[in-house]
Design a protein around this ligand. Structure first.
Ligand code: SF4
Length: 302
C-alpha cells in the first residue's frame, strides 16, 4: 500500500512541479519521501531556491508560513493543517502588541518558531543555529527574546553582557526531559557524549558535552571522535543520525522526546494535499512584508 501511495505522490509531484520539504523531526517514511530534509530555516531557504511551483511542507504551521514569507509566488501546502507548534502558540500578536506598548524601547528578537503575525511585529528573527551569532552583534540595550525561555536563558549564559528579557514560553517536548533522565542514561552508557538542544531546561543543558541546534547536533555527531551519543532532542533526528553514521551508537535520552505535532503528517495527507491543492498557506501581503523584514534582518546578520 505504502509503495503504491509513494508512487502516486511522485507522479503528482511531477505533474505539479512540486517539491516535498520535511523537518528532521518527521517520521522516517516522510523524511525518506522528501526532496529535502532540514531544520526550519534550511527548509524555507531550500523552498525559496528550488525550481518548483508548489512546496509541500512536512512540518508544523509556522514552517509553512516561513516558506510562504520567503516564496510568495509559490503555492505552499501544509498537508495536515492540525500540525501546529504549541511553543509558537505561547505568544500571539495581541499580547506582543500590548508588551510593545508598555515597553516601547524593547527590541524584539523572535525565534523562528512563531506565527507570521508575531514575526510581523518583530525586529529580527533568529533560529537555534544562528541565535548566538546574531544576538552577539546587537547593541540594543533592552531586548525581549520570545517565545522560548530556555533558549533565551542559554543565550544569556553565553553572553553575560547582553542579558535579554525572556518571554515565558517553552517547547513542551524538550522541556519534558529532566536531568534525572540524562543522569540515568549516563550511567547506562558511560563515555557517551551528551548532545543537547537549547530548547531543553537549563538543568539538562548543564549536563551537556555539546549544546546545539538539530543541525548542530547532526554535525557534531559526525565531527566527534566519540562512538556513542546520548541525544537530547526530538526522536525524529535519530533517522538522519543513523543514516549519516551507521557505525556509531545513538541513544535517545528519553522516550518522552516525541513531538506529537511533528508526527501528524502521514503519507495519505501528503497525497491528498497534492491531489486537491488543499491546506494552502495564504498570508495577506502587508503582514507578509512586515514578517519578511524580520527574516531579512536575520539573513543579513547570519
Ligand atoms: S518540537 Fe517543540 S518547538 Fe518543535 S514543533 Fe514540537 S513543540 Fe514546537
Amino acid at each position: 500500500m505504502s509503495l503504491e501511495l509513494i508512487s502516486k505522490i511522485h507522479q503528482l509531484k511531477t505533474e505539479k512541479n512540486a517539491a516535498i520539504i520535511a523537518h528532521y523531526y518527521q517520521s522516517p517514511e516522510i523524511q525518506d519521501l522528501a526532496d529535502f530534509v532540514g531544520d526550519s530555516l534550511a527548509m524555507a531557504k531550500y523552498g525559496k531556491d528550488v525550481d518548483a511551483d508548489c512546496l509541500v511542507i512536512c512540518g508544523v504551521k509556522f514552517m509553512a508560513e516561513t516558506a510562504k514569507i520567503l516564496s510568495p509566488e509559490k503555492t505552499v501546502l501544509l498537508p495536515n493543517p492540525d500540525a501546529g507548534c504549541p511553543m509558537a502558540d505561547m505568544v500571539d500578536a495581541k499580547s506582543l502588541s500590548m508588551h510593545k506598548k508598555r515597553h516601547p524601547n524593547h527590541y524584539i528578537v523572535s525565534y523562528v518558531n512563531t506565527s507570521v503575525d508575531v514575526k510581523a511585529l518583530t525586529d529580527i528573527c533568529v533560529t537555534s543555529s544562528n541565535a548566538l551569532h546574531i544576538i552577539r552583534q546587537l547593541d540594543q540595550k533592552e531586548i525581549l527574546f520570545l517565545p522560548d525561555k530556555n533558549l533565551g536563558h542559554y543565550i544569556n549564559t553565553q553572553l553575560p553582557n547582553q542579558q535579554m528579557h525572556l518571554w515565558p514560553g517553552f517547547c513542551r517536548t524538550h522541556d519534558r526531559l529532566k536531568p534525572e533522565d540524562v543522569k540515568s542514561m549516563k550511567v547506562l552508557y558511560p563515555g557517551a557524549e551528551v548532545l543537547v538542544h537549547p530548547e531543553c531546561d537549563p538543568s539538562v543543558i548543564d549536563l551537556a558535552d555539546f549544546v546545539g541546534s538539530t543541525a548542530g547536533i547532526i554535525h557534531r555527531a559526525s565531527a566527534s571522535s566519540a562512538q556513542s551519543f546520548i541525544i537530547c532532542t526530538e526522536e525524529g533526528v535519530l533517522h538522519r543520525l543513523k543514516q549519516n553514521e551507521p557505525e556509531k551508537a545513538f541513544h535517545l535520552a528519553s522516550s518522552k522526546l516525541l513531538c506529537q505535532n511533528m508526527k501528524k503528517t502521514k503519507l495519505e495527507d501528503v497525497y491528498r494535499s497534492l491531489l486537491n491543492n488543499s491546506h494552502e498557506t495564504i498570508i495577506d501581503e502587508t503582514t507578509r512584508l512586515a514578517a519578511y523584514d524580520a527574516l531579512d534582518q536575520m539573513l543579513a546578520l547570519s
